[in-house]
Design a protein around this ligand. Structure first.
Ligand SMILES: NC(=O)c1ccc[n+]([C@@H]2O[C@H](COP(=O)([O-])OP(=O)(O)OC[C@H]3O[C@@H](n4cnc5c(N)ncnc54)[C@H](O)[C@@H]3O)[C@@H](O)[C@H]2O)c1
Length: 438
């Protein structure tokens, strides 16, 4: 069992402290606010949260949890510190790091005075790069020690929801943490391995990003449901009933499908249907700002890919895929066709490998398959992937074709590649290989 100090007796800190004590750990809670410290030491919860009053009273009475304002004393009495202080918005909307910096400085000074290894595990919500750019420098400067050597470092975001905080602590939907040393990893494993949820061990910056992704995703879901509800009501419908139907689709709508970062959406349905729903909303006097920004963001993803090709300085581009997805010859509103047309207009020479579109042209010379934007499409088709690779200065991977994968992987590192689909999970942007979101 571990000895843990919890910095910050707020919503996150006090729940963590009480649950850690209940699970058999020896816990010291720390806060700058003497009132909160007094409340805990008297067995009273400083916040309203289901089940917390009873738990806190029992833990304090059994001597497993106490509170103090003295950071040095708390660090000296424990093996690891959790940082659960607030990160309110700064006036410009960026994350406010004053409390986190302050807590790291006082823990750093206390670690120096302790003269023994101590793990510092941040739980506050902090933007990617804060551990390496703010927390670790503050700890190193205050302690005079090196992170990972003289003291341990971890980032372990909290996902609990107020009002069900204790239930969420015991049955979390996601556990992710990053650590810079084995001793901190061992503590995080000990605290989490008994829980009914897989633990993901990643680097600290990825863990920081996962927390923001989770909160932003929840915000987007709420806003989407509200926007649909508003449009439904304006049509005389029950918006909650509509969303219930959508949520019953665990195969597509409520599954990981379409949640893989990559290129823009297109095809004969999504763009026209989002446009139509937005237009319908307008006729009902509604703005539908989320649907509006969906189309705008999609457009920007095409521009982003265009810029990646332009930035290479190469003029002859080999497209792998031109239809709106692999396995079809459908070119209607294909974002790859739009991208090709913009590059051609900008003076690039574009050749295309797309086996499905090639079949369409072979079987019917006049085949168009909805292409409205790429000039001389049939003359640009290359039937051999090897010829496309050899004849292009830069390759643009837009669709995945099984037979093209090995030759393209062989070209990674050999010639410039812009990858919009991800040829392989092991490849990341590096040198001449650029993945659009990885
Ligand atoms: N509230 C939630 O539901 C929730 C859920 C997940 C994550 N988070 C994140 O967890 C963090 C804490 O949130 P909260 O709602 O518990 O905050 P809070 O404002 O309720 O509590 C923060 C506490 O930290 C104390 N504090 C500030 N500086 C300190 C220092 N140097 N030493 C000791 N104590 C110090 C404050 O006095 C305060 O009591 C935030 O980053 C938040 O975004 C919150």
């Amino acid at each position: 069992m571990a000895r843990i100090s919890v910095f910050g007796i707020g919503y996150v800190g006090v729940v963590s402290a009480a649950c850690l004590a209940r699970d058999g750990h020896q816990v010291v809670a720390v806060d700058l606010d003497p009132e909160k410290v007094r409340a805990v030491n008297e067995g009273r919860s400083p916040i309203v949260e289901k089940g917390l009053d009873e738990l806190l009273e029992r833990m304090v009475a059994e001597g497993r949890l106490r509170a103090t304002t003295d950071a040095a004393e708390a660090v000296a009495a424990t093996d690891a510190s959790f940082v659960c202080v607030g990160t309110p918005s700064a006036p410009d909307g960026s994350v406010g790091l004053d409390y986190v910096r302050g807590a790291c400085e006082s823990i750093g000074r206390a670690v120096k005075a302790k003269g023994d290894f101590h793990s510092v595990i941040v739980r506050s919500t902090i933007v990617p790069g804060t551990m390496t750019g703010t927390c670790i420098p503050a700890l190193e400067q205050a302690s005079g020690l090196e992170a990972g050597e003289g003291f341990g470092v971890g980032y372990f975001p909290e996902f609990l929801r107020e009002s069900t905080a204790i239930e969420d602590y015991d049955d979390p939907g996601l556990i992710v943490y990053g650590s810079m040393d084995d001793r901190t990893t061992a503590i995080l494993k000990e605290l989490n391995d008994h829980l009914p949820c897989e633990s993901h061990l990643v680097d600290v910056t990825t863990a920081e990003m996962v927390k923001y992704t989770s909160n932003s995703w929840r915000a987007v879901k709420i806003t989407f449901a509200n926007e649909i509800g508003n449009i439904a009501k304006a049509c005389g419908l029950d918006g909650q009933q509509v969303m219930r139907m959508l949520c019953s689709d665990s195969k597509v709508a409520m599954s990981p499908a379409f949640l893989r970062p990559g290129f823009a959406f297109g095809g004969s349905c999504l763009p026209k249907d989002v446009r139509a729903l937005r237009a319908l909303a307008r006729t009902k006097g509604l703005e539908a700002p989320l649907l509006h920004s969906v189309l705008e963001a999609n457009e920007q993803q095409i521009s982003r890919a265009e810029e990646m090709v332009r930035a290479s300085g190469k003029t002859s581009v080999g497209f792998v895929g031109i239809s709106f997805k692999a396995g079809t010859d459908d070119l209607r509103e294909s974002p790859l066709a739009e991208l090709a047309s913009r590059l051609i207009e900008g003076g690039h020479e574009v050749r295309i490998y797309d086996p499905y579109v090639a079949i369409a042209f072979r079987d019917a010379a006049s085949a168009n398959r909805g292409n409205a934007v790429v000039p001389d499409l049939s003359k640009r088709i290359e039937t051999s992937i090897e010829d496309l690779i050899q004849g292009s200065e830069i390759l643009l991977v837009g669709n995945n074709y099984e037979e093209a994968r090995e030759p393209l992987l062989g070209a990674v590192g050999q010639q410039p590649i812009v990858d919009l689909t991800r040829l392989d999970r092991s490849v990341r942007s590096n040198g001449t290989y650029q993945g659009i979101c990885w």
